[in-house]
Design a protein around this ligand. Structure first.
Ligand SMILES: NC(=O)c1ccc[n+]([C@@H]2O[C@H](COP(=O)([O-])OP(=O)(O)OC[C@H]3O[C@@H](n4cnc5c(N)ncnc54)[C@H](OP(=O)(O)O)[C@@H]3O)[C@@H](O)[C@H]2O)c1
Length: 258
């Protein structure tokens, strides 16, 4: 494989668009998600359209040890990963104390643990090659606490913090780490998180524009990509000056589904 990317959550939404962009640049792909049929259909579409190599690795990243299984499968086939897209993730709506504890733990496993393990597994070989790019899909949720999605917002705060920390550590090793921070995006996420009917998604961005901004930011080696101008402005220029309790009340109101 040439210039291969490992993309998690490639079966739909932002991850699928990231995969298509990568393939359009004549770079090979390893695509990961749970739904094997979706991945196989994508593989066929990508090969037909772009003629690159695609390996499908169906995998549930909520399972303990999943990241190592992916790593071992690629080692066995001598596949080198030059681009790592830690994109798989999901949300979950509701008051923390009313939500199913196992669902919260699974979310942490997927949004934090799998992402951390995959990064830890693939970074050493990138460092040895003095070359590599990592794009972690975080969220603008990573900059603020999120009543009604408290665990989800906290997982994304981890991704934003972790990405910046390691970006600095590897900055002299020819490697860039970028945190992609979209606002609401129209994908399967809304339904999966139980947020259909939330006003938040009325003006949601498209998966393709979000992926384009993320991919381009990654290629430029940007640390953080906040995809919408209005959100960049609000997070950088309004949020730091607003009283915290007022912000929390506003976010809770925005997220509450009537
Ligand atoms: N949509 C938004 O408003 C929004 C905003 C900011 C950030 N984000 C972030 O963007 C990323 C992509 O989400 P999306 O909006 O594109 O939603 P999506 O269409 O629901 O895509 C989520 C992807 O993650 C995969 N996935 C879910 N659980 C998995 C598991 N246990 N193991 C392996 N793969 C799993 C899904 O595939 P399978 O179901 O086939 O496993 C799917 O490919 C997430 O990290 C999300 O937090 C989304």
């Amino acid at each position: 494989m040439k210039n291969a990317a490992l993309i998690t959550g490639a079966s739909s939404g932002i991850g699928k668009e990231l995969a298509l962009i990568h393939a359009s640049k004549k770079r090979d792909l390893v695509i990961v998600a749970r739904r094997a049929e979706e991945l196989e259909a994508m593989k066929e579409e990508i090969i037909k359209k772009y003629g690159v190599e695609v390996l499908v690795l169906p995998c549930d990243l909520m399972q303990i040890g999943a990241a190592k299984k992916i790593f071992d499968a690629l080692k066995e086939q001598n596949i080198e990963i030059h681009y790592l897209f830690n994109n798989a993730g999901l949300g979950g709506y509701g008051k923390f104390y009313e939500r199913d504890r196992n669902k919260e733990v699974d979310m942490i496993q997927l949004n934090i643990v799998a992402l951390t393990e995959l990064t830890h597994l693939f970074l050493p070989e990138m460092i040895a090659r003095n070359r590599g790019k990592i794009l972690n899909t975080a969220s603008t949720a990573g900059f603020i606490p999120g009543p009604m999605q408290s665990v989800y917002f906290a997982t994304k705060a981890y991704v934003v913090s972790f990405s910046q920390g390691i970006a600095q550590e590897v900055s002299t090793n020819g490697i860039s780490v970028t945190a992609l921070c979209p606002g609401p995006v129209r994908t399967e996420f809304e339904k999966e998180a139980g947020m259909e009917g939330s006003g938040l998604f009325k003006k949601a961005a498209t998966a393709i524009s979000t992926a384009q901004k993320g991919y381009s930011g990654m290629e430029k080696g940007k640390l953080i990509v906040i995809t919408e101008y209005s959100l960049r402005f609000a997070l950088n220029w309004l949020l730091p000056f607003a009283p915290r309790k007022m912000v929390m009340r506003a976010i809770e109101k925005m997220q509450t589904i009537k």
